[in-house]
Ligand binder design. Structure first.
Ligand code: SF4
Length: 223
């Protein structure tokens, strides 16, 4: 079967809970990324989660294991959540794009991360909207620019507005140019860097401290 021109919308069951969404997402052909990836990596966490953390896309490890944030970046995230005082049990973790996008290294078997494009982010957004509709979290944390722009629109800049509690846009305009000015939906959103930025940084301690500080802003909203 080839990728659907409508994106994931054709595969999302209406008014579904998380378990039904997860099962349906297994068969998604909303863009071409399913062709080379191992499996759909849907969000993980309890239906009562008060905070939803949204990353970019699954990495190599996540693609193999079928769970989000189980690789090196996930370990950074777990540590930072604990330091910020966010209970892992209060959190649901997911990604803006639910299949791993990669290219093969010229030599060897390594699969190198490729950033998802706007078309893939747009195609996959119905899954994120459905997760947020099912969860209705008090706080959403955007981990990195892709996640932030997938929700707050293409003009949002993490470097300018990270660590600030902003109104969460209504779900029907999520990620569009109107998202920033559409008025508040339910809950708040805080943007920060992706935890993989800590692993790539020359000064890991400083980037990690900034990441924890941003998560602490989210934690205070839950207090
Ligand atoms: S990346 Fe998203 S839209 Fe594309 S096939 Fe996977 S789940 Fe569907």
């Amino acid at each position: 079967m080839s990728a659907s021109a409508e994106g994931a919308a054709a595969f999302v069951p209406p008014d579904a809970g998380l378990d039904e969404l997860r099962r349906a997402a297994d068969g998604c052909r909303g863009c071409a990324l399913y062709e080379d990836a191992t499996q759909t990596v849907f969000g993980e966490g309890g239906a009562g989660a008060r905070v939803v953390l949204v990353g970019e896309q699954p990495g190599d490890r996540e693609d193999v294991e079928g769970e989000p944030f189980v690789g090196p970046a996930g370990r950074v995230l777990d540590r930072a959540l604990a330091e910020a005082g966010i209970e892992r049990g209060d959190a649901y973790v997911t990604n803006a794009v639910k299949h791993f996008k990669f290219q093969r290294a010229e030599r060897g078997k390594r699969r190198l991360h490729r950033k998802p494009g706007l078309t893939e982010i747009r195609a996959c957004r119905p899954w994120l909207v459905a997760e947020l509709r099912a969860l209705r979290p008090e706080v959403v944390v955007a981990l990195g620019a892709t996640a932030a722009q997938a929700m707050l629109g293409p003009s949002f800049r993490v470097t300018r507005e990270r660590g600030v509690a902003l109104p969460f846009p209504p779900l029907d305009v999520l990620g569009t140019r109107e998202a920033a000015d559409a008025g508040a939906g339910e809950g708040r959103i805080v943007a920060t860097v992706h935890p993989s930025a800590v692993l790539r940084a020359e000064d890991r301690d400083a980037v990690y401290a900034g990441f924890c500080a941003d998560l602490t802003v989210a934690a205070r909203l839950l207090a």
